[in-house]
Every structure is written in C-alpha cells, then in structure tokens.
Design a protein around this ligand. Sequence first.
Ligand code: ATP
Length: 259
Amino acid sequence: MNEPIIRFEGVVKRFGELTVLDHLDFTVDPGEKVTIIGPSGSGKSTVLRVLMTLERINEGVVYVDGEPLWHEQGAKGLEPASEAHLRKMRQKMGMVFQHFNLFPHMTVLRNLTEAPRYVLGLSPREARQRAEELLELVGLSDKAEAFPSQLSGGQQQRVAIARALAMRPKIMLFDEPTSALDPELVGEVLRVIRSLAEEHELTMLLVTHEMDFARRISDRVCFFDQGRILEQGPPEEIFSSPKEQRTREFLHAVLHPEE
Ligand SMILES: Nc1ncnc2c1ncn2[C@@H]1O[C@H](COP(=O)(O)OP(=O)(O)OP(=O)(O)O)[C@@H](O)[C@H]1O
C-alpha cells in the first residue's frame, strides 16, 4: 500500500470564532481522483486553500508527498515552515480556481511559459515547447498569441488548466472550476478535466457542484459537513445509497432543486 500523497491530521482552521475545519483527518492516495462535495460553508475550498498555502492552519499537521507542508522538522520536533519550504512544497501542486486568474497583459503563450521559465529555470525553447503541447491538450493551439480578454470564459479556464499543468505538478487542485461559466461553456472544461483524470500518475482533488461529473470521474467522493468528512466512499455508493441523513438531504436538494 502506498503512503498517501496528501494527509490532514487533526487539522483545525478557524476564522475568528468560526471553526471551518474541525479536527479534519483526510488522506488522498497517489494518483487518486477525489471529489469533495457538501453544503456551502462546510470548508471545501478551505481544504484546497490550505494545501496551496493560501490559508494557515491553527492546529494539526498537513503532509504532502511525505513531508509536512506547514512545518519543518527542527531540533525539537515540528516547527513552523520557512517561506523557502512553503515555496518548494507549493510546486508540487497546481490549482485551478473558480475565476481564471490569468495574467491579463500577457498572451496565452506567455501565461504558460512565465513560471516554467522563471521558477523552474526552463530555457525559452523548452518552455515554449511545453506550452505548445499543453495548448494542444486543451484544444487551444490556435490561441497562443491571443490575450485572455479575447477568449471566452471556457477557453480562459482551459488556459488556466494548461498553465497549472505547465509546472508539472504531482497534484492538481480544482476549486469549482466551472461555477463561474455560462452553462454552454461548462462541457468543454469538464471534458479537459475528464481527460486529465485518465492520467494514472496525476493526483486530483476537486471541489465541485457538478454531481454527474463527480460521479463519472472520481475514485472517491467525500461529503463535507461543518468542517469534517461526514461520509465518503466510491461515487456509486455515495450517490446511490448514502448512509447519512445529511448526505441524503444535501443530494436531494442539489439533484432536485425544484422540489
Ligand atoms: N478569509 C476568510 N475570513 C473569514 N471567514 C472566511 C474566510 N474564508 C472563508 N471563510 C468562511 O469559512 C467558511 C468555509 O468557507 P469555504 O470557502 O471553505 O466553504 P465551502 O464549503 O467551499 O463553501 P462554498 O460551497 O460556498 O464555496 C465559510 O463560512 C466562509 O464564510
């Protein structure tokens, strides 16, 4: 059995009085595709933001790829991580947000080559070659010289996925990647994510409200409630025969909103 590539141990995250992650224990295996579902405010995005080192934790330890994320091993045990450690750890992960966050003043190609060149030290030629391969993967080879404002939301989100992949992360994090899109643009983005899900090496952690999609691509679905995992299992089990009343209520509400 492989060591998990992501491990949350007793993680607590508070915003003032509000406890958003409540002694969370959570693991993801290498190559596993895990979807997080659950009501608004249950802490789903916070899990991804903690992993991306965008939110500090108050208690517990997060391990990524065998190393503590927010800590470093010191003489007297775990100590808060240095900025250099956080930078190194961050490179293991790529994140795609709800809003695309592309660099607006750069062409699509430069959006993809900038970090590989200046963070990973690739030559201009290597960075360009990698970018072109990824644009082909997301079906946007003809948009290399376009600026983000000249693209549709779906195209921008596909560029954002390619840009994250250009850093060759071991783990891809998706935070509701289609929720800011017009309905007719959702499919093209989901198709790209689905093709990535076929990559056995890549670990994927997704927060989504697209239940059909979660059912199709996930190895495991985790239902979050009040900062903890209330229930988790293979998608067929969670969607067809959830054990917990809260999970049943949530699924009923999202699958039959008109009732
Ligand atoms: N920077 C912040 N300061 C204060 N409260 C915050 C902050 N970020 C998140 N929260 C609160 O933490 C709780 C959990 O937020 P989180 O974004 O993880 O929820 P979520 O499950 O992803 O919800 P949604 O589905 O609505 O995106 C929410 O109540 C939110 O208002």
